[in-house]
Design a protein around this ligand. Structure first.
Ligand code: O2Y
Ligand code: MN
Length: 602
């Protein structure tokens, strides 16, 4: 290959082999430059993939509309192909690796005909970070390249850092070859979901994705590499790859704590990560909104790195009320996907907090008016925006060694039983609480609205190995460092409802009150009451200054619903059963302790 900007033999021969397989029209090695980004955007304007937005209102912003069959991650088509099925576990779809390679080889044969094959070097984590990982994504989608340029460190600097070293091959095709003379479409993909494949080979490691151009299916640095593959690599190397936001909370006196939080998808991680606290003088800075790579530092504390450089956030529901800092982040240099287009070439979505336009073009490209009975934006419509544009991006967000964690939060969308906040009594108790994570489904998710879906550690769709082994790995942390140096663990729930279906807690910026209590607990200052489920704030320990919340609501938020918890225990026990006796004894002991505490409670 004459035009390869590298001497890396493994890389050159892999690109040659993939070119022979996929038969592209051209090969383009991505340098990650602004010029390259702009020319990809120009290209996508020509093919109709992109629509340019109003330059005055949204400078350098574009809208893409996906094919209606290609709007979200496809969990049912996501595979972990470890040699041994038990290593993938009941939490993953599995196929024997050789068989899957045969299937993929068939699908990728000639799949890039008539298209350009882009070779995109990218790094997850700052290049100087000891745990950064370099991937090379080969893709036939310019949309994927443009999004990856925002979401990762990509291009020449990465290739230079790679040198002759090793990388993770990430192979992607939209699965829509062009015959000679065949016209392209704005969003090429394989519309038949049963022919889409998002495949991980953790032992190689490598990633193969076919048929989708959307988000987590196609931007392979994100969920595929930084969570599924990284979770396997992390266990081998002694660190953690987690589905967590990272934030810094600073008190009016300037005291700072870093907190990581794992919530299932669609529970407001992006909102919390860059929250505007309602408490006067308190400040939140954002380190990351979706993924945390956590390792034990030289001082024995846990340090968290955000491996990404952008936000791929859900647009519907994002408003000045829910997330003012996100609204500012997406004012410029942003790619919008599947939102509505207003007559003045701006974007709109449901619950944007501004009146609906009199008419718009909906996410499928059809005319839309308020009251027409359809949504203007797809519920999983997204913005892709640089993290550096967030008004509260943390000054340390790119520190190669990460930021030291004071606390880890787990949570979910739970309308009953789970209190506003609960402090774990030990690391083991905290791991138990994490294993019981779950969330009630919303209209944005597929399936029945309001059904509880267990999602341990918010990692169920993202853990690249058997989750029972993952629990054991988390439990091993006190053997890897001084237990007293580990972050304290909390379980939070902003989503409690009253029996007459009112929100009991206002959420958003008011969640800073809970974060304040957590930081004060870490400092040994705040009061708590010991209960059968953990330590809860005494009602006067939460700073409720200026918040008009009925005392009966507060009581409900901080009460232990014994009967509800008894059901919770049995439901968690049932969720463990799926792991066929592989769940660590320590977690079964925690379950028994909780059962006994609840039975002993009056
Ligand atoms: O539907 C997709 O492809 C995006 S999924 C996603 C994107 C950003 C952050 N988190 C998620 C998720 O599902 O957890
Ligand atoms: Mn996520």
């Amino acid at each position: 290959m004459t035009n390869a900007p590298t001497t890396n033999k493994k890389l050159i021969s892999w690109v040659e082999e993939m070119a022979r397989l996929c038969q592209p029209k051209n090969i383009h090695w991505c340098d990650g430059s602004k010029e390259e980004y702009n020319s990809l955007c120009e290209l996508m304007l020509k093919t109709g993939t992109f629509t340019k937005l109003n330059e005055k209102k949204r400078p350098n912003c574009y809208l893409a509309r996906s094919h209606p069959s290609d709007v979200a991650r496809v969990e049912e088509r996501t595979f972990i192909c470890s040699a041994n099925q038990d290593d993938a576990g009941p939490n993953n779809h599995w196929k024997e690796p050789a068989e899957m390679h045969r299937t993929l080889n068939g699908l990728f044969q000639g799949c890039m005909a008539g298209r350009t094959m882009y070779v995109l070097p990218f790094s997850m984590g700052p290049l100087e970070s000891p745990i950064r990982k370099i991937g090379i994504e080969i893709t036939d989608s310019p949309y994927v390249v443009a999004n990856m340029q925002i979401m990762t460190r990509a291009g020449k600097a990465v290739l230079d850092a790679l040198g002759d070293g090793d990388f993770i091959p990430c192979m992607h095709s939209v699965g829509a070859p062009l015959r000679p003379g065949q016209a392209d479409v704005p969003w090429p993909c394989e519309p038949d979901v049963s022919r889409k494949y998002i495949v991980h080979f953790p032992e190689e490691p490598s990633i193969w994705s076919y048929g989708s151009g959307y988000g987590g299916n196609a931007l392979l640095g994100k969920k595929c590499l930084a969570l599924r593959i990284a979770s396997v690599v992390a266990r081998r190397e002694g660190w953690l790859a987690e589905h967590m936001l990272i934030l810094r909370l600073t008190s009016p006196e300037g005291k700072t704590h870093f907190i990581a939080a794992a919530f299932p998808s669609a529970c407001g991680k992006t909102n919390l990560a860059m929250m505007l606290p309602s408490l006067p003088g308190w400040k939140v800075n954002c380190v990351g909104d979706d993924i945390a790579w956590i390792c034990i530092g030289a001082d024995g504390r846990m340090y968290a790195v955000n491996p990404e450089t952008g936000f791929f956030g859900v647009a519907p529901g994002t408003s000045v009320k829910s997330n003012p800092n996100a609204i500012h982040t997406i004012e410029r240099n942003t790619i919008f996907t599947n939102v509505a287009l207003t007559p003045d070439m701006d974007v709109w979505w449901e619950d944007m907090g501004v009146p609906a336009p009199e008419k718009a073009i909906d996410w499928q490209g059809n005319e839309w008016t308020p009251g027409c009975g359809r949504k203007a934006a797809h519920p999983n419509a997204r913005f892709t925006a640089p993290a550096s544009q967030c008004p509260v991006i943390d000054p340390d967000w790119q520190k190669p060694e990460g930021v030291p964690l004071s606390a880890i939060l787990f949570g979910g969308r739970r309308s009953s039983t789970i209190p506003l906040v609960n402090e774990a009594l030990s690391w083991e108790h905290g791991v138990f609480l994490g294993s019981g994570c779950g969330s009630e489904t919303t209209a944005a998710a597929l399936g029945k609205v309001g059904a509880l879906r267990r999602d341990p550690f918010a990692m169920l769709p993202f853990c690249g190995y058997n989750m029972a082994d993952y629990f054991a790995y988390w439990l091993s942390m006190p053997q890897r460092t001084d237990r007293s140096k580990l972050p304290r663990i909390y379980f939070v729930n902003w989503f409690r409802k009253s029996s007459d279906d009112r929100w009991l807690w206002p959420g958003y910026g008011e969640n800073s009150r809970v974060l304040k209590w957590i930081c004060e607990r870490v400092e040994g200052k705040a009061k708590a009451v010991s209960t059968p489920i953990g330590n809860l704030p005494t009602p006067d320990a939460l700073d409720l200054t200026g918040l008009n919340i009925p005392s009966t609501d507060l009581q409900e938020l901080l009460a232990v619903d014994i009967e509800g918890w008894k059901n919770e225990v049995e439901d968690i026990a049932a969720s463990y059963k799926k792991f066929n006796n592989r769940v660590p004894a320590t977690l079964l002991e925690q379950l028994d302790i909780l059962r006994k505490n609840l039975n002993d409670a009056k």
